[in-house]
Design a protein. Sequence first.
Length: 334
Amino acid sequence: MTNKLSLVAGFVIAVVFNMPNTYALDQQALLAGENMAVAYSGFREGQHPDRGDGAINPSDAEILEDLQILLAHDFQLIRMYDAGENTQTTLRLIKQHQLPIRVLLGIWLEAEVSNHEGCPWLDKPIPKKQLQQNMGKNQKEVERGVTLANQYPDIVVAVNVGNEALVEWNDHMVTEESIIDYIRYVRGKIAQPVTVADNYDWWIKHGEKVAEEVDFIGVHTYPIWENKTIVEALDYTKENILGVQKALPNKPIAVLEAGWATTATEFPRQANEDYQIRYFNELMEFSKTSDITIFFFEAFDEPWKGNPGNPQGAEKHWGLFFENRAPKKIYQPK
């Protein structure tokens, strides 16, 4: 336990608002020593992960190009979301080319409960047979994650078990009891810290039992999804983190997703490159003054996400770079 916590101990936030310096400074707090990190999937036009119908993955050359782009823009810590082929290739290339990139490894969990009454886009129950099959898939995914963490101990700095699998509106719900079982199994098999990634509000209202099991809390915060203006965004993010810290004191915290879409039919006035760069830069300054690691969502636009009939939907447009790898305004010369 001690060796795991030493990697993330300084994520603990000593918070007192209205003080000149809101968060306690401790540079040892940072995951892999990084303030700003980035979520990375790398799926381009026509590519997608396996969510039931098989995957079409990026090539070695495409992944290597992505990693070199991220390094050129000072990203040395990335978050990946599963332990599948694309992630396996990424880890192999990082090692093969001796790239100075570290990875927060994901373990993707499929639905073990039909959340058709809570998820807006599930219009019918998930069949019991499918849920049973998913449990078997999840067990295999957990084993893959454990294998990768042990195979790449110098690259994988932490492991995330499940992504938004507990929040009330998801389409891949897993029970709290099952999540805890997975956490305990993974923690018993690897040396790295283990976390769970979910919405800040879930952590505040329901996170006590899961927080007891993880080495640090993985928080998602999206002011733009909650109709906050760009002026309100950073303060709202800070409030979210403070709320988690108050609800779950003395537990390390990292922000595993915080982002700003550049195109969105859902909030067209707020989604643009100028606001994205402002939010990114404000988050970067906040991460430096607080010494908290923040994973910006995300590296590259991903056309496979969201409604295929709505190419302007937000899910496709969170990247700091367009799908063709051209930089958005955040990296354009001033």
